[in-house]
Design a protein around this ligand. Structure first.
Ligand SMILES: Nc1ncnc2c1ncn2[C@@H]1O[C@H](COP(=O)(O)OP(=O)(O)OP(=O)(O)O)[C@@H](O)[C@H]1O
Length: 207
């Protein structure tokens, strides 16, 4: 599913966060969004997910306007924008079982948990995981399910050095499988995954 922005402009109140953005991200490619706090990275991700309308121009996903309310659309986009996809009373193994059931896929839960270094945490309630372990579980959930597009907002949050290397591998696997990945980051090494970089931060007043 290709992502296309054509003359895209997004505002926050009386400033343009981004304007006149033209880009095309094809299957197998990764777009990395960079820029300081408040520069519009999350806003761009919300536009791609159809949560926020552009003020100008258009963004399309797979040739159509994105709509997060559309179930078929949501099944093709995997999104990790905050920590909400998380059930504190479920164990990591139960999270992955639930995912396998809802997407009708077989998941090798033990291998996935081992890859995320969560094997010894498989059967404790997720509410008792550390911040970095919780992030690993969320990333695992977002990437173990089928998707054509993966949207990640600061996926490196709370990860240690080994976790960040694992994240890099997970992203490479996703693009290698032909998905489009769009991620916002404050972790410069993730720019190594980028086929395209959108640098935000030139806030311009709305006249
Ligand atoms: N719902 C909203 N209503 C009004 N303004 C908003 C809303 N959401 C975000 N903003 C504003 O838009 C600007 C961009 O926010 P955004 O979250 O997109 O930045 P970001 O680049 O992701 O920042 P960070 O690096 O801190 O995550 C900020 O000034 C923010 O206050």
């Amino acid at each position: 599913m290709e992502i296309v922005a054509d003359g895209l402009g997004m505002r926050a109140g009386e400033v343009w966060l981004l304007r006149d953005v033209d880009l095309r991200v094809s299957p197998g490619e990764c777009l990395v969004l960079t820029g300081p706090n408040g520069s519009g990275k999350s806003t761009f991700l919300r536009a791609v997910y159809g949560m926020q309308e552009p003020a100008e121009g258009i963004v399309t996903v797979g040739g159509a306007a994105p709509d997060e309310r559309d179930r078929n659309f949501r099944r093709r986009l995997s999104v990790l924008l905050d920590d909400s996809d998380f059930f504190a009373e479920f164990t990591p193994a139960q999270h992955l079982d639930l995912l396998a059931t809802s997407f009708g896929v077989d998941l090798d839960v033990d291998t996935l948990l081992a890859g995320a270094e969560l094997a010894d945490r498989a059967d404790v309630t997720a509410g008792s995981l550390s911040a970095g372990q919780r992030r690993r579980l969320l990333l695992l959930g977002a990437t173990a399910r089928p998707f054509d597009v993966l949207l990640l907002d600061e996926p490196e949050r709370a990860l240690d050095a080994a976790g960040k290397r694992w994240l890099t591998d997970v992203i490479a696997r996703a693009t290698g499988d032909g998905a489009v990945v769009v991620l916002a980051t404050h972790h410069p090494p993730l720019l190594g995954a980028a086929d395209h970089v959108l640098e935000l931060g030139a806030l311009e007043p709305v006249r």
